[in-house]
Ligand binder design. Sequence first.
Ligand code: CXF
Ligand code: ZN
Length: 368
Amino acid sequence: MRSSAAICTAAGRPLEIAEVMVAPPRAGEVLVEIDHTGLCHTDLTALEGANATAVYPLIPGHEGAGRVVETGPGVTGLKPGDHVIPLYGPECGDCAMCRSDRTNLCWTIKPTRDRGVMPEGSARFSRDGEVIHHFMGTSTFSRYTVVPEIALCRIRQDAPLNEVCLFGCGVTTGVGAALSEVRPGDRVAVFGLGGIGINIIQGARIAGASQIIGIDLSGSKTSLAQSYGMSHFIRPDPAGSDTVTEIRDLTQGGVDVAFECTGVLSVMRLALDAAVPAWGKAVLLGVEPPGSTLSVPPVQVRYGKSLLGSYFGGVKGRSGLGALIDRYMAGEIDLKGQITHRMPLARINEGFDLMRAGTSVRSVVSLV
Ligand code: CXF
Ligand code: ZN
């Protein structure tokens, strides 16, 4: 079938809005009509040639919500009309990772996903006979996309697709990480107040943190961060200020949990240093430049600090996302405040301009 889509033809080019052909779903696959999609910084890495899994030309997008149009042979858990969120991290349900409660990762289809094709080995998108690759297994910048059944979470029908698309990445990543790492009364630091950082603040408040310190070089997100629960803000002055000392002074010695959402190695080290001795945790979310290594004083770890990471908020995509969406529907999680811009697919490049300029938190694009 025909579908309008935003295509990234090569690194460094603006997205091309064009019609593509979408082939029918094969075994275990599902054709989904995307209703709305958010724009995430990881999509920008594909546009800029900084994503190792980007195979050009490709259709980006991984923060969408839509409805099932058609199921391929062997699909048993979904039917046309079901509302779904595509998952860049699938849940097959029977690999060692899925069977373990220690991780939410599932690598069953990672090799093909990271080559821009379906698990069977080929792409469903084409234009004038040329193959167009998938991105992150989701390609939500196409009105119609094909996704493996194991990478789709069925959601309640009353959840508004033009908002809950954010659970496809940013909200789940941030709120989920905070809910799994923060205990009531904890003092928390969040380095980087972008789309992930502000959702960590929101999650830390829900988890009952007593103090939430936000740290960012720009002051543009402070009022949103405050409305989500930030109690203190530090804007480091690159020439001189000592952020770690400031955090220790505010917290009588350090935070229980420090979240790193910038991907800058020196900030990762600050997060570990800002964690309280003996039990403080530094949780890494930001993506480092390829091949980087981090240097840490082992004594901090020997005396009890931990350095850990978080992926998709620790949420198992198909079995765990529904509970988080229920908390949104119950009014516990806010989405509206972070949707700073809305636009149709035809204007998606403006959304990325806003992201580059740091003016937006989340832009949501309508495909219908
Ligand atoms: C992201 C989530 C935020 C941290 C970097 C990886 N995943 C998808 O965009
Ligand atoms: Zn993302």
